[in-house]
Design a protein around this ligand. Structure first.
Ligand code: MSP
Length: 660
């Protein structure tokens, strides 16, 4: 089997790495991990593009030689990737000796074959792009990328007969519908080819104007055009053309943003064809990360520092956000509010809460051992089926670089598992002593959680390992957790009864619970949901005109003593499936089984944050049903305006301690 091989762009060293560069490299890392999870050998190449005018000018501005400057910025790129959890790559520099030699060999080969010629030329040169533009390519006389008027330069140069290969490129794109993907970029390239604006490519720069480049093997007065040099990194990084790596890896895949579509979709296939080499399999093109609605750029001062952001919010939540938020191919906006919103909603509330409640229940009901399941009922079969179909969709979409959609289909499963907990109410099964049924429900949950953790390895490697470790599975962020993910789709088991699992889980602490960002991202309120319990019963809802609570009529001591108030520990917390504002709390009051109490806390507390907390509650309140679920008491809160603050004893006390 041939290896899965993909490349990121070889980044210019005229600017420090930012979120845009990090995204492309993270995508390469995740795809490589995904292919390794499918049992393939896989790796990628990334690196730095260091020759050319742009770098010379940036070095000058910094008072350094091009070499010193390139060493410094290239070092920043090189150090960044492992810090973002990225692995399985080779880091190549266009100034590496073996790359320089490789470029010279290819130039010689193409020159010998007659596809490089010398000619006098006058053209519009854009220093930003470091290339000539034809009249037709300019927009209103300006470079379409930099919106600047190019300089008219007349000089003798070497040209690559690219025009000779354009008809072949066109037919190759037509015959291979996913050669350039997503579709919109394929259409764009076909339109570019049809417009007839592409000509032969000037591939040299006279040394009189630029010396920081690879000298042409057939004319020492010239250096090679930076794109002809940089594109060849994709091959030079694989070693000699007759070597094992090249044979196993080529043709590979490329990953770029839309800014460099043309060199990859036109120049590069033509160069490969002229060198007698097979063309790549796929060009995967993504959109831009925007910051304050504009493409991130150093000059606009809107760049996002990937490392700073990852350190602030965690590498894996940051990675998850990038994959979930950007629909591959389209632009996406980055903001900390959006990042916090995803962390709180998808990670803390959905995924983190699932792990926290299921593991604490397993600790409680089965001393943290995976129980032996018994006969499955219809509701269980539905979860098992959903697990297979979600994993199937996830792997299919991920392989087609539709990351956001892949994660969405996995989250359908995560949300369904939370609902399954609510509908099966393990605490009620425990209370009824129905241990067979309880074992089946808990087994299904734990086994499905393992599947979710496996699927997440490419996106959140560290967290996936933590999840697997919590489920008693050996895991390592650098090696795939299973030999073949496809086997996991077709069989449900995979988790042995008796395995010891963690008693607690706190995977994603909720961020800014009191903050603005959370309010903005909160789901719209459900109109029909009942008023929170506290609003119906709390006396302080009645206010005097001056805002102070109204005094209530006196009651006798006996009446006060008749209220059974006790301290208990929350063992499970989840959202009410049908009422947005209500949390379903399972609280241990030291009785034979924990009680279920419903409380209007959902807008103020994250379920995951509540598990393990001691609270005070009234136990002998008449039970009542809220949207189908029974409440067996009322937790006490202090109201600051509308905001409830849970009341807890000043020190930890045994569950069931009475409040007097
Ligand atoms: N050196 C060339 C590439 C040569 S490849 C043989 C180059 N370098 S670059 O430093 O400008 O990198 C461009 C790439 O960085 C984009 O194609 C994309 O991968 C990434 N991004 C830079 N800014 C970006 C965004 N704002 N959004 C998403 N990705 C972007 O071009």
């Amino acid at each position: 089997m041939s290896d899965f091989y993909i490349t990121t762009p070889i980044y210019y060293v005229n600017a420090r790495p930012h979120l845009g560069h990090a995204y492309s490299t993270l995508v390469a890392d995740a795809l490589v991990r995904f292919h390794r999870l499918r049992g393939e050998n896989a790796f990628f190449v990334t690196g730095t593009d260091e020759h050319g005018d742009k770098i010379v000018r940036a070095a000058q501005d910094n008072g350094q030689t091009p070499r010193e400057f390139a060493d410094a910025i290239s070092g920043e790129f090189r150090r960044l990737w492992p810090e973002l959890g990225i692995g399985n790559y080779r880091f190549a520099r266009t100034t590496d000796d073996d790359h320089v030699e490789f470029v010279r060999q290819v130039l010689k080969k193409v020159h010998d074959a007659g596809d490089i010629y010398f000619a006098e030329f006058s053209g519009h040169y854009c220093y930003g792009c470091e290339r000539f533009y034809t009249e037709k390519e300019l927009e209103n006389g300006l470079c379409p990328q930099h919106l600047k008027k190019p300089e008219l330069i007349s000089e003798k140069n070497y040209f690559f007969r690219m025009s000779k290969y354009l008809p072949w490129i066109r037919s190759h794109i037509e015959e291979h519908p996913d050669f350039i993907r997503p579709e919109r970029y394929r259409t764009e390239v076909l339109a570019m080819l049809d417009a007839g604006v592409l000509e032969d490519l000037c591939i040299s720069r006279p040394k009189s104007r630029l010396t920081w480049g690879i000298e042409l093997p057939f004319d020492s007065d010239y250096v090679c055009y930076v794109w002809f040099d940089a594109l060849l990194t994709y091959l030079s990084a694989l070693g000699p053309l007759d070597g094992g790596d090249f044979k196993r890896c080529w043709p590979g895949e490329h990953l770029v943003a839309k800014d460099i579509l043309k060199p990859h979709a036109v120049f590069w296939p033509a160069m490969l064809k002229a060198a007698g080499l097979p063309v790549y399999r796929h060009l995967n093109v993504h959109g831009y990360w925007l910051s304050r609605d504009t493409k991130m750029s150093k000059s606009l001062g809107n760049v996002v520092d990937p490392l700073e952001t990852a350190k602030k919010y965690g590498i894996d939540p940051f990675r998850y956000f990038l994959f979930r938020e950007m629909h591959f191919g389209s632009d996406a906006s980055f903001s900390e509010d959006a990042l916090i919103g995803r962390i709180n909603a998808d990670l803390a509330n959905d995924l983190g809460n699932l792990f926290s409640r299921v593991l604490s229940m397993t600790a409680r009901y089965f001393s943290s051992r995976v129980p032996q399941p018994c006969r499955r009922l219809e509701a269980d079969e539905a979860v098992v089926e959903l697990c297979a179909s979600s994993m199937d969709n996830f792997t299919r979409l991920f392989g087609r670089i539709q990351f956001a959609q892949a994660l969405e289909s996995l989250w359908e499963l995560v949300r369904a598992l939370n609902k399954y907990v609510d509908s099966q109410a393990p605490w009620a099964l425990y209370k009824q002593g129905n241990m067979e049924r309880l074992a089946t429900v808990m087994y299904i949950l734990l086994a499905a959680m393992r599947k979710v953790a496996l699927c997440l390895w490419p996106v959140m490697p560290e967290t996936s390992c933590r999840m697997l470790a919590q489920l008693g599975q050996a895991a390592d962020a650098t090696a795939p957790p299973v030999a073949q993910i496809s086997d996991e789709i077709t069989s449900f088991g995979g988790l042995s009864a008796g395995t010891e699992v963690a008693a607690q889980s706190n995977l994603f602490p909720r961020i800014g619970v009191e903050g603005e960002a959370e309010k903005k991202n909160a789901k719209p309120k459900e109109k029909k949901s009942p008023k929170p319990e506290r609003e119906k019963t709390a006396p302080s809802a009645e206010k005097k005109d001056d805002g102070a609570p109204a005094a209530l009529p006196e009651i006798g001591f006996e009446a006060f003593k008749a209220v059974d108030m006790r301290v208990g520990t929350i063992v499970e917390a989840s959202k009410h499936p049908d009422a947005d504002r209500i949390l379903v709390l399972v609280i241990d009051f030291g009785e034979s089984a924990p009680r279920q109490i419903l409380s209007g806390l959902a807008e103020h507390y994250a379920p995951a944050d509540l598990v393990g907390r001691q609270v005070c509650a009234v136990l002998n309140l008449k039970t009542r049903k809220i949207r189908g679920l029974v409440s067996e008491g009322m937790v006490l809160t202090a109201l600051q305006g509308d905001r409830p603050a849970l009341i807890a004893p000043g020190a930890k006390v045994p569950n069931g301690s009475s409040i007097a």
